[in-house]
Design a protein around this ligand. Structure first.
Ligand code: GLC
Length: 427
């Protein structure tokens, strides 16, 4: 009996030792990710699933600044120092062209097998010189959030043009203030001088038929009547249907006003959808999302956003870095993020998944908005997209704050872009 127990113990011990030999017990990975809305919690949750699947591997999630420009600044510090401290980076859809040189080609690490499952346009966006420098993770498109209860209360239709939006915003704002809510505003959006303003302003301009700043033939198109009119229109919102402070607002600032019940309309990305419907939120169940309004082009435009996962060339564990990026961008994690956080998958099949559609009916209803979103001119200006965008949002911001009129702001911008890019001006 005693002998039997000893044998059992020895066998158990040997088994544990052998398990430890096969476990990777000294792999430590770091993923740098966003913390907008529920992003950080969801990334942490996915990291834990990865750890469970790979005993001995630990994954740390590094929280990075909300504003895309600040995040890029931080990444550049790591990347230019060729730092092994971050293995996987969450990268914006506009960055592959600017940052490609720092990332592994994921095709060499198994991405070939799964790339076809994702939206082709994003895979192409992330392919630089034939190398897949980032796996698509979630896609974004600008949406119009609207309060259905307030449209009903004031007997208004959902606005389909910017003019209709201005009128509806004004009517609701006047009514709500008269009813005692002095903090109420018609329309909130992203007016701070940062990448988010580039996205919003591209929507006003493109929907008005004013192009995409620089066209795909590498010609500068920004100084045109339709673009000037669109930027002027937004300048007139400030202090009228939008708070003066909108010129300092990013996504999360707009969401706060919206979730406090103090706005009739909001321009934001899909992530805000699930958050506003959480239990206890004053606007829960009272709103929906729609395509952004149309300008002179006759159609609304949504800027294409979204984030991807790149594995660093400077990682001490390139194989594991790539494995983590591929896992995070895979179906299990994309479904988790879609159902728990309304992050749009980049895997096509998930748009037919019942759980995903139940949590986000708009994924199906607005499918065309997501697949037809307008890209910022990042491919045609790489590796100078970031500077291009900075000049653009700075010019637009000057109009919003009243420092410059739209015509001269865009005329000067044209010159600045010529200096920077050395591209011709379109006829
Ligand atoms: C969202 C988009 C991203 C964009 C950023 C601007 O995160 O997904 O592409 O650059 O907003 O604020």
């Amino acid at each position: 009996m005693k002998k039997g127990l000893t044998v059992l113990l020895v066998v158990g011990l040997l088994f544990t030792i052998s398990l430890n030999i096969f476990a990777q017990d000294d792999i430590e990975l770091t993923i740098a990710g966003g913390a907008v809305g529920e992003e950080l919690q969801l990334t942490q949750k996915a990291a834990e699933i990865f750890e469970e699947k790979h005993p001995g591997v630990s994954v740390e999630v590094l929280s990075t600044p909300d504003l895309a420009n600040d995040r890029l600044g931080l990444y550049l510090q790591f990347l230019e120092a060729e730092s092994p401290n971050v293995d996987v980076y969450q990268v914006d859809v506009i960055w592959p062209g600017d940052l490609a040189q720092h990332f592994l080609d994921l095709y060499e690490y198994g991405a070939e097998e799964v790339a076809d499952e994702h939206f082709q346009a994003i895979v192409e966006n992330n392919t630089v010189d034939g190398k897949l420098v980032a796996m698509p993770w979630f896609t974004d498109a600008g949406l119009l959030y609207y309060r259905q209860d307030l449209l009903d209360k004031y007997d208004l239709e959902l606005p389909e043009t910017w003019e209709e939006l201005e009128r509806a915003a004004k009517t609701i704002q006047t009514g709500e203030r008269a009813a005692g809510n002095q903090d109420f505003w018609g329309f909130v959006w992203q007016g701070n001088a940062y990448e988010g303003l580039t996205c919003d302003a591209l929507e006003w301009i493109h929907s008005n038929g004013g192009g995409t700043i620089v066209n795909s033939d590498k010609e500068i198109t920004i100084y045109n009547e339709k673009a000037v009119a669109a930027v002027e229109m937004a300048g007139n919102w400030v202090g009228h249907i939008s708070p003066p402070g909108v010129t300092g607002m990013a996504e999360e600032d707009a969401r706060k006003v919206w979730e406090a019940g103090n706005a009739a309309f909001m321009r934001n990305w899909p992530y805000a959808y699930s958050l506003g419907n959480q239990e206890g939120k004053v606007i829960a169940g009272k709103y929906d999302v729609a395509p952004l309004p149309a300008g002179d082009s006759g159609n609304g435009s949504a800027t294409l956003g979204g984030w991807n996962l790149a594995a660093s060339k400077y990682s001490d564990n390139p194989k594991w870095a790539a494995k983590l990026a591929l896992f995070m961008a895979g179906e299990e994690v994309q479904k988790l993020r879609a159902t728990e956080g309304s992050f749009n998958p980049t895997i096509k099949d998930l748009y037919e998944d019942e759980d995903v559609l139940k949590a986000n009916p708009f994924f199906g209803k607005l499918y065309d908005v997501f697949t037809n979103a307008v890209a910022r001119p990042s491919t045609q200006t790489a590796p100078q997209y970031n500077q291009t965008s900075e000049l653009f949002f700075q010019a637009v911001h000057n109009v919003l704050t009243g420092e410059e009129d739209a015509d001269s702001a865009l005329a000067y911008l044209e010159l600045d872009l010529q200096d920077l890019l050395d591209y011709p001006i379109a006829d």
